[in-house]
Design a protein around this ligand. Structure first.
Ligand SMILES: [Ca+2]
Ligand SMILES: [Ca+2]
Length: 509
């Protein structure tokens, strides 16, 4: 291929009349001294002359014979009737006053476009709806026709609707208007309408879950191909049919509730950031302090905009909890691998394993449990993972072995390590075999924790009701009703966080 600068040089040479004259003289055999500025250019010209064939484009006949096989925006369907869809859209708009659709009307428009209902807000915003509060039939059809002509599958269309102009990827903030509309209009989330301060928490949670699941490259930018390989758009389509809690990968309200409550317990000053000592309290200090240090060193947070010095945000905690409670997923294995790979050379070496195991041993000794010597533990683990290269465990080895969770807990989480130790190894294998048919580790954890939280909440309410009744009996003004823990405790006015100032952007720091 011809480089851009080479091509430029060639053009300027050919257009330079002085040089053409010189070259013509040279061709006729005249022998004279070339000015030095021409010598260089002559050389460049001669190089072009020597290899002209290399740079010629393929003949049209040849290139026409190769069928197109790369469709970044989806493979075009034959017999796709764009005009049929357009007339359906026109008919839908004709029911609206002045043929203008508001955001509330967009559900019908989405259906006329043959899109899932919750594409309504992206369709509205892509047609410029937020500037005027409505979209006109002409503007909408122009936008949608162009998308139909250029994007040939749902992933390409969704990408086109959400991405910033000129971008072929999605960043975290690109999902916010879409998710805000889900929060505002999904029937299972309407109870949140009174608590707008939790909209941003829910949205942050879902955005992080989307990137956790879909952005396989960890780049912070979801590509069309990543979107296509994921199950995200299926979940968006199911939003209009199913209970939102059925969306275990992304939208579940119950999962959000569990994640946020877990964070709330750790974030004692409720500024939405936690430090190392806060995170250490998770799960009764079960997690290795060495690995917590690694999380705070940026090993797994550096690709997202971080962070207050020595702190991680709620968004980072979502990644932590998902990884901690299900060590069988691709992202989780990558997450802990990055933490354990201290020197960042892409393999876990023996000294790295020993570094983490040492702390487990100390903890066990303090609990009067006799730890397995490192060499024995290592043998077990190498047997489990069966690395391709002896003594070096790669990410690929870990993903392939199907028991990465046991390996990781051995080095990172004492409580879970001891749990695994007590289990019959064959029962673990059998569980592994049935994978996919049963709930994931994350779903099991979330369901159990949700049940506990709801029970606690009910008990609190009962206690408080009794307390209030007692106070009323004594005819004391209920000034202490603040003690009651509401659904989610709101930061008080004296808190450092001003909710008015707390915009969504803060969640994405
Ligand atoms: Ca805090
Ligand atoms: Ca390493």
């Amino acid at each position: 291929m011809k480089s851009g600068s080479m091509r430029l040089k060639e053009i300027s040479l050919r257009q330079d009349p002085d040089l053409r004259k010189e070259l013509a003289l040279l061709a006729r055999g005249c022998d004279f001294v070339l000015p030095s500025r021409f010598k260089k250019r002559l050389k460049a010209f001669q190089q072009i002359q020597v290899h002209p064939k290399k740079e010629e484009p393929l003949t049209p006949a040849l290139s026409q014979n190769i069928p197109k096989f790369y469709f970044p925006k989806g493979c075009p369907k034959t017999n796709f009737n764009i005009d049929g869809i357009i007339s359906k859209i026109e008919k839908t708009f004709s029911d609206f006053p002045l043929e203008r659709a508001t955001l509330e009307d967009m559900g019908k428009v989405a259906k006329a476009c043959e899109c899932p209902m919750y594409w309504k807000a992206p369709l509205f915003y892509a047609a410029g709806g937020e500037r005027t509060g409505y979209v006109s039939v002409h503007k909408f059809i122009a936008v949608w026709r162009k998308i139909l002509q250029t994007c040939h599958d749902d992933s390409a269309k969704f990408m086109q609707l959400l991405a910033k102009p000129g971008c072929n990827y999605l960043e975290q903030e690109d999902f916010i208007p879409f998710l805000q509309d889900v929060v505002n209009t999904h029937p299972h989330l309407t109870f949140l309408s009174e608590a707008s301060e939790f909209h941003s928490r829910y949205i942050t949670t879902v955005v992080q879950r989307i990137f956790y699941q879909v952005n396989r490259s960890w780049s912070g930018r979801i590509t069309c191909s990543e979107l296509r390989k994921s199950n995200f758009l299926q979940h968006v389509a199911l939003l209009e049919e199913e209970d939102i809690n059925q969306s275990a990968d992304y939208f579940s309200y119950e999962h959000f509730y569990v994640i946020y409550c877990k964070f709330w317990e750790l974030d004692s000053d409720h500024d939405l950031y936690i430090d190392e000592s806060d995170l250490a309290k998770h799960n009764d200090h079960a997690i290795s302090s060495h690995v917590i240090q690694r999380i705070f060193s940026g090993a797994v947070t550096r690709n997202r905009k971080v962070h207050k010095e020595g702190k991680i945000s709620y968004a980072d905690f979502v990644w932590f909890l998902l990884s901690e409670e299900d060590k069988k997923t691709q992202t989780s294995i990558e997450y802990w691998f990055r933490c354990m790979d201290l020197d960042g050379d892409g393999v876990l070496s023996m000294y790295e394993l020993e570094y983490f195991y040492e702390e487990q041993c100390q903890k066990m000794e303090s609990m009067a449990i006799e730890p397995l010597p490192f060499e024995d533990c290592l043998c077990q683990m190498l047997d489990l993972v069966k690395p391709q290269t002896e003594g070096k465990i790669t990410l690929h080895d870990l993903k392939k072995c199907k028991q990465a969770n046991i390996f990781l807990d051995t080095f990172l989480n004492l409580e879970k390590y001891l749990d695994h130790e007590q289990k019959d190894p064959f029962s673990v294998l059998r569980v592994g075999e049935n994978e996919g048919q049963e709930l994931s580790d994350w779903e099991k954890y979330a369901a159990e924790e949700y049940a506990v939280l709801v029970a606690e909440e009910a008990a609190n309410e009962q206690w408080n009701d009794g307390y209030d009744a007692e106070l009323n009996l004594l005819d004391v003004p209920v000034a202490n009703a603040d003690d009651k823990r509401p659904f989610f405790e709101l930061p008080s006015h004296s808190s450092e966080v001003d909710l008015e100032e707390y915009e969504y952007e803060d969640d994405f720091e």
